[in-house]
Design a protein around this ligand. Structure first.
Ligand SMILES: Cc1cc2nc3c(=O)[nH]c(=O)nc-3n(C[C@H](O)[C@H](O)[C@H](O)COP(=O)(O)O)c2cc1C
Length: 345
């Protein structure tokens, strides 16, 4: 069944250690339409690890995709099936991570050198699940930086039924660059992603890499079906403030104070389950980025929420640091804080 390109218009990138379920919950409060991706989880971890810890998510996170790492068709198929049973909306395969550990495991970006094996992996996963199975890849790796090679790679995967390609618009160097450098140094070539869309108009292309604002995303959407933002959202979740109205036709416009209050209610529930406050609070540090009081908020959380026995009360105290600021109080026409909102309007 053909996938609706509108579902991919705007998404938040999979980011190891960052896009865990707590951060995804925060992002969902900021945008109801944006598509979410988990951190990469390896097929072996899913098969042998603590599945609830690796896979559980909040129902509000939908639509949410599970990103897998692996290169064994049978193991990936089994992991994809488990992901489907767990309730995910999409299975995505990581073909872009250049870290040494991932290369050592024979998956991630180095798989771009092995299109036949990658096609086998997709064929096995597609056989195992009814969900869309999508690819996230680079423009190339090492000396394989050639548009013709990239187009043949896409064509090969399309031949086994892959319809959605999330393209990090730079290549990866497998030797000599750290993962961080590999997200900064190789040149961004958005034109190659635009060209893929021209050459394969029936496939869905999502552009990723270096997009910082919704204006930039809007400009790319003139050429491709979707845009995926990563670091920009982590560094300032309110970069998504206008996303629902602009890209999804939804009337929702988040407010920082309400998002903070909803996160406090969420943290209280997770603390009851034994989750340390810092696991949640660390993702909230940038919630008031660029606002009056935002630095005090960040400082207060960094000092107090990190303590092992910290309670959700610390978040209320941090919020008080923000609301002290008269300017913000005026801007947000501050709602009463005694009663936490369960949901943001
Ligand atoms: C901390 C961090 C962790 C990442 N982990 C993953 C990952 O698990 N899987 C993946 O496909 N890409 C991962 N990436 C790459 C992002 O998904 C994205 O492709 C990259 O950051 C470029 O997009 P951006 O410029 O919008 O951040 C990670 C990036 C960062 C910053």
């Amino acid at each position: 069944m053909a996938i609706d390109p509108a579902l991919h218009r705007l998404s938040v990138a999979p980011m190891l250690d960052w896009t865990d379920r707590h951060f995804r919950y925060l992002v969902r409060l900021c945008s109801r339409g944006v598509r979410l991706y988990t951190e990469m989880v390896t097929d072996r971890a899913i098969l042998h690890g603590n599945r609830p810890r690796l896979l559980d998510f909040d129902p509000s996170e939908h639509p949410v995709a599970l990103q897998l790492g692996g290169s064994d068709p049978a193991l990936l198929a089994e992991a994809a099936r488990i992901g489907q049973d767990w309730g995910y909306d999409e299975i995505n395969l990581n073909l872009g991570c250049p870290s040494e550990r991932v290369q050592g495991g024979g998956f991630g970006a180095c798989l771009m050198k092995e299109p036949d094996l990658v096609a086998e992996c997709f064929a096995a996963m597609r056989e195992a699940v009814q969900l869309p199975v999508t690819a996230k890849h680079r423009l190339g790796v090492d000396d394989l930086e050639d548009y013709g090679y990239l187009a043949r790679f896409v064509e090969k995967l399309a031949s086994v039924g892959v319809e959605v390609f999330i393209v990090h618009a730079r290549k990866a160097w497998l030797q000599g660059l750290s993962p961080k450098e590999n997200r900064e140094i190789p040149e961004l070539r958005y034109g190659w992603v635009y060209r893929l869309k021209e050459d394969f108009p029936h496939l869905i292309f999502v552009l990723n890499g270096g997009v910082k604002t919704l204006d930039e995303a809007g400009a790319h959407l003139e050429h491709v079906d979707g845009v995926m933002l990563g670091r920009a959202v982590y560094e300032d979740p309110f970069v998504l403030e206008e996303a629902d109205r602009r890209f999804f036709g939804l009337e929702h416009r988040p407010q920082r104070l309400q998002v903070a209050q909803a996160m406090i209610a969420y943290a209280e529930a997770r603390l009851e389950e034994g989750v340390p406050l810092w696991s949640i609070a660390r993702h909230m540090l940038n919630l008031f980025k660029g606002q009056r009081g935002g630095k005090r908020w960040r400082r207060y959380l960094s000092e107090h929420a990190i303590r092992p026995q910290a309670k959700a009360q610390v978040l209320w105290e941090a919020l008080e640091q923000v609301t002290k600021t008269p300017t913000l109080r005026t801007i947000a026409s501050l709602p009463k804080l005694e009663k936490p909102l369960q949901q943001c309007s």
